[in-house]
Design a protein. Structure first.
Length: 128
């Protein structure tokens, strides 16, 4: 499904690594519209938040974005205190990104996707 969405939106496949058809096309479009010219996506994930519902997450070279139907959480990498994951490969994972103003808590993420997303955020923090 991602290939169809990417072609429809003219988004290069490598722009959204790891989605494998899990994202709402409207959120994918909104995400691409939010990116700044010098911003590149390092990782994406999908999950659920108690506060915002279904989310599309993106870790870029500048920030962490979480897009819900209406809401947007935007945490600059320079402000991320830490990122943590919990869970296992059978039950799924949870992800927490702590910033000074916002803490993003996301559940129902495939375990490897959460691990990869957290690693991308940590790599971004180290280079911010």
């Amino acid at each position: 499904m991602l290939a169809g969405v990417a072609e429809l939106l003219a988004v290069p496949h490598d722009l959204l690594p790891g989605l494998a058809g899990q994202a709402d096309p409207a959120r994918v479009k909104r995400l691409t519209d939010l990116l700044r010219p010098d911003e590149r996506i390092r990782a994406v994930a999908t999950g659920r938040s108690t506060a915002q519902g279904e989310l599309l997450l993106a870790a870029t070279n500048r920030r962490v974005l979480a897009l819900a139907t209406e809401d947007l959480v935007d945490i600059p990498l320079a402000e991320v205190a830490y990122v943590a994951t919990s869970g296992d490969s059978r039950a799924g994972a949870a992800l927490v990104v702590h910033g000074p103003r916002d803490s993003l808590r996301v559940a129902a993420i495939p375990f490897r996707m959460a691990q990869g997303f957290a690693a991308a955020v940590r790599m971004g923090i180290a280079s911010a």
